[in-house]
Unconditional design. Structure first.
Length: 112
């Protein structure tokens, strides 16, 4: 039986797509919480990782921490409920899935 050795470069696209899928599940969990804080340990259980690895993965894929993402969701919901401008600061997963050309990950900016 012949085994095929893969290089780290060949594994990266598959690992990256798996990472994006995990982060999408985490984002969906945060969005479903509707403003209720979700502990990092709970997100880690969803991802099947340690809290540290979950935090690191989320930030690597989205450019922000899970806490910042949840805060942006809460602020966006508050703005929508208060009749403020419909400009949500919540990062879009489209930005994560379609990063700018030439970059390895999307970054979101926070306005003060």
């Amino acid at each position: 039986m012949q085994t095929v050795q893969t290089t780290p470069q060949q594994d990266r696209p598959e690992q990256e797509s798996r990472a994006v899928e995990q982060v999408e599940r985490l984002c969906a969990q945060l969005e479903a919480a509707e403003g209720v804080p979700v502990p990092l340990q709970e997100l880690a259980r969803t991802a099947g990782l340690s809290p540290w690895a979950t935090h690191r993965l989320f930030k690597r894929v989205t450019g922000i921490t899970p806490r910042d993402y949840a805060q942006a969701l809460r602020e966006g919901a508050c703005a929508a409920n208060c009749g403020a401008a419909a400009t949500s600061r919540a990062p879009s997963m489209k930005r994560v899935m379609d990063p700018p050309a030439g970059s390895t990950k999307a970054r979101t900016t926070r306005s003060a």
